[in-house]
Write a protein that binds this ligand. Structure first.
Ligand code: PHE
Length: 381
């Protein structure tokens, strides 16, 4: 398949000074979880596709094998994401070179698909973000993007309208209403009839923008971001004559809710006790196989100027891998005389498929202590 060529870590590692992709991240690329029919991520993705193919007005073209390496133009500029946006920062994003990176969202493919003439499409893929470490955050996850442009005849009144005038137009309202109705229908298809609520949101590439929340087991959960495609995005893609909507959602988040999968690391396991529970087209409750006990270790250090928390999180995963379940800041204080700040983090170590020994965790924690001093210039206390 076309995605196997992406499973070559050397594509992501380079000695370019801007490269910040560690080997344990490069090793995750190209696994194609979203294209596996019996994997929870693939099952949800198929269920979403099934809904869109049932819609009457348009055929949605399916894309699922784009290169996860994109340019800063695709990922940011074409989407009106400003140069100083925090999402562009190397503390949040994996760069291969100064102008190429591991996509941080599937929206990175909007402009190329629009430019190629697609009027309605779905685009699924793995995306990468440097972030905190806990049961619902993993540096690689999957998104599904949807875009629908409306037929030109239906948008006659919108011609040449921009900014406020466009936002107040009847056509913009028609698109926003269609977007909301379409996504509410998607949620009913996935969850059965659920309570939903819309909040205003902000994305540089859509206006107006919204987030959708659903009520699940008594709690409001944010499930997607969306909006009316910004006219400048359409202009950039040579589609200034058209108008439409876009949305993006996280597949892990939906899969964790629907299958009751408690920890995001499970999607990456090779354990048959996980995989044997899932089959194409079936949404079943995941039966946790025995949960092994956690081991907690604290580490405190004085931070240097410019300390980046994500560097520390990633360093621990680089040493101990997925047995790092969670990293949390538990204490922080500044010594006014020294003008220095100390941070104390608790690392939760737990394997999902075996018990850990004290000796092995002590050895890993020792390596973390040494490497954090060496690489991040902190002073371990
Ligand atoms: N790309 C956005 C995100 O990752 C989601 C989104 C997609 C929002 C399309 C609007 C339109 O958060």
């Amino acid at each position: 398949s076309s995605s196997t060529k992406y499973a070559d870590p050397s594509r992501y590692l380079s000695d370019h000074p801007n490269n910040n992709v560690p080997p344990h991240i490069a090793a995750l690329v190209g696994k194609g979880l979203h294209t596996r029919p019996n994997h929870p991520i693939g099952i949800i993705r198929a269920k979403i596709q099934e809904y869109f193919s049932s819609l009457p007005h348009q055929d949605f073209t399916i894309y699922d094998a784009e290169d996860p390496i994109v340019t800063t133009t695709q990922c940011f500029d074409d989407l009106r994401i400003p140069p100083d946006h925090p999402g562009r920062s190397p503390s949040d994003t994996y760069y291969i070179t100064d102008t190429t990176l591991l996509r941080t969202h599937t929206s990175a493919h909007q402009s190329e698909h629009l430019r190629s003439g697609a009027d309605a499409f779905l685009c699924a893929g793995d995306v990468y973000r440097r972030d905190e470490i806990d049961a619902s955050h993993y540096p690689a996850f999957h998104q599904l993007e949807g875009v629908r442009l409306f037929p030109v005849e239906e948008m006659k009144g919108a011609e040449g309208k921009e900014g406020q005038e466009w936002l107040e137009s009847e056509e913009c309202k028609v698109i926003a209403e269609d977007l909301k109705a379409t996504l509410e229908g998607l949620m009913d298809h996935l969850f059965g009839e659920t309570e939903k609520r819309w909040n205003e949101d902000y994305f540089p590439f859509t206006s107006p923008s919204y987030e959708l929340e659903i009520k699940y087991q008594g709690e409001w959960l944010e499930v997607l971001g969306c909006g009316v495609v910004h006219e400048e995005v359409l202009q950039t893609s040579d589609r200034a004559d058209r108008r439409g909507w876009a949305f993006g959602l996280g597949l892990e988040r939906l899969a964790m809710i629907l299958f009751e999968i408690p920890d995001i690391r499970l999607f990456w396991t090779e354990d048959q006790r996980f995989h044997s529970q899932f089959a194409s087209g079936e949404i079943v409750k995941f039966e946790s196989y025995s949960k092994y006990p956690p081991v907690y270790k604290d580490i405190a250090f004085w931070i240097p100027e410019g300390f980046v928390e994500n560097d520390f999180f990633e360093l621990a995963r680089g040493i101990a891998g997925d047995i790092v379940e969670k990293m949390e800041l538990i204490d922080e204080f500044t010594n006014p005389k020294k003008g220095k700040t100390s941070k104390c983090y608790r690392i939760t170590y737990r394997s999902m498929d075996r018990s850990l020994t004290n000796e092995e965790i002590d050895a890993l924690q020792m390596q973390v202590r040494e490497k954090v001093a060496e690489d991040l210039g902190v002073e371990v206390r």
